[in-house]
Design a protein around this ligand. Structure first.
Ligand code: TMP
Length: 216
């Protein structure tokens, strides 16, 4: 009997600033793909594997920040390497559709463009962690920083902001600009979506692109 190689998986990531709705949209897309009969891994960064979820806690609490932006970039890289090795790589190999809430562009935008870790170092970390594993599609959910922060504050409902949410507005604006710049540099991979729209309309825009590009 002839054996066929398993169909390759697909890799879709969501990026955006605080309160851009990417976690919600990643969840909606994962459900839609599952309803379309696809085997889906819905995951997130930092985190996604048991060890990386522990690193997430250290990063978001601000404990790593005391060592500076390069240490933070290193820790995101450690978490990403474990996530790829333990979850993403295997899932793609099995033909799953991986939907990930944040990935390498967040390191470029937050640690690189915003916290000032030089591009050469960010590139070196990418080579070590991600290698050639780029997403098939990256959705950049774009929203003015002030609007996003207001949404994030509403969602927190009185809980303290994490180390990143707590940054000043100009830094959030820089993050937004950085994502848009990446999208401009890599138009084949990245799609900018207007995240100020109602949730259902954002979800429709996302689904249209997935249908066109990946025919699930
Ligand atoms: P989240 O709020 O989307 O769950 O992400 C947690 C925070 O981590 C978010 O404020 C952005 C930050 N982050 C980085 O700074 N660099 C990274 O590489 C990743 C994945 C997240």
């Amino acid at each position: 009997m002839q054996r066929h190689a398993p169909e390759a998986g697909r890799f879709i990531t969501f990026e955006g600033g605080e309160g851009s709705g990417k976690s919600t949209q990643a969840g909606i897309l994962a459900n839609r793909l599952a309803r379309a009969g696809r085997n889906v891994l819905a995951t997130r960064e930092p985190g996604g594997s048991p060890a990386s979820e522990e690193i997430r806690e250290a990063l978001l609490s601000g404990r790593v920040w005391q060592f500076g932006p390069f240490a933070e970039a290193l820790m995101f890289a450690v978490a990403r390497a474990d996530h790829i090795e333990g979850q993403i790589g295997q899932a793609l190999h099995e033909g799953k559709w991986v939907v990930c809430d944040r990935f390498l562009d967040s390191t470029r935008a937050y640690q690189g463009a915003t916290a000032g870790v030089p591009r050469g170092l960010i590139n070196a970390l990418e080579r070590l962690t991600v290698g050639g594993l780029l997403p098939d599609i990256t959705f950049m959910l774009d929203i003015p920083a002030e609007e996003g922060l207001a949404r994030a504050a509403e969602r927190r409902s009185g809980n303290v902001p994490d180390r990143f949410e707590n940054q000043e507005l100009t830094l959030h604006e820089r993050v937004r600009r950085a994502f848009l710049d990446i999208a401009e540099e890599e138009p084949d991979r990245c799609v900018v979506i207007d995240a100020s729209q109602p949730e259902a309309m954002v979800a429709e825009d996302v689904w249209e692109v997935v249908l066109q590009r990946l025919s699930p």
